[in-house]
Design a protein around this ligand. Structure first.
Ligand code: RP5
Length: 164
């Protein structure tokens, strides 16, 4: 049987307003997911355990959102071969550039697929997960194609809305 579960993991409940967009996009594509708060620096043992058991728990893609010194996605990736998609959460101090650089600059050997800062990244993480899962699930690819077609139609129709 194909394993298709996604895990959304965030470093703090304060990341949820951003990561909620990932959940919404997965809902829209009818992709099942679970969500967890696991802080890399406050819950290091739980983080390692989550990574080490991810495959056995039938998780196919991990989407990890964190802000500031955002080591969560990288440390999850260090503990599993399940693909990890990182979402840099916007911060008040450095606008999320800190989160972005912390996540994107993984040394060679342990990759994290890094999305854009904030809301766009959270939405794209779900869409990227759908692309990964679609490799083995044609139904997900079909729903993803429909999403793209609807998006194209909306963009085409937007021209008619322009003011004089
Ligand atoms: C990170 O620190 C979290 O991912 C969050 O973005 C940031 C702030 O966390 P809180 O202090 O709001 O819990 O670990």
């Amino acid at each position: 049987m194909t394993i298709l579960k996604v895990a959304i993991v965030m470093g703090s409940s304060s990341d949820w307003p951003t990561m909620k967009l990932t959940a919404k996009q997965l809902d829209d594509l009818a992709i099942p997911y679970e969500k967890h708060v696991i802080s890399a620096h406050r819950m290091p043992d739980a983080l390692a355990n989550f990574g080490k058991t991810a495959q056995a728990n039938r998780i196919s893609v991990i989407i990890a959102g964190a802000g500031g010194a955002a080591h969560l996605p990288g440390m999850l990736a260090a503990n599993t071969t399940v693909p990890v998609i990182g979402v840099p959460v916007k911060t008040r101090t450095l606008n999320g550039v800190d989160s972005l650089l912390s996540i994107v600059q993984m040394p060679g050997g342990v990759p994290v697929a890094t999305m854009a800062i904030g809301d766009a990244g959270a939405t794209n993480a779900a869409l990227f997960a759908a692309s990964i899962l679609g490799v083995s699930d044609p139904e997900i690819t079909k729903r993803l194609s429909e999403f793209r077609q609807a998006q194209t139609k909306k963009a085409e129709e937007s021209e008619a809305m322009l003011d004089d």
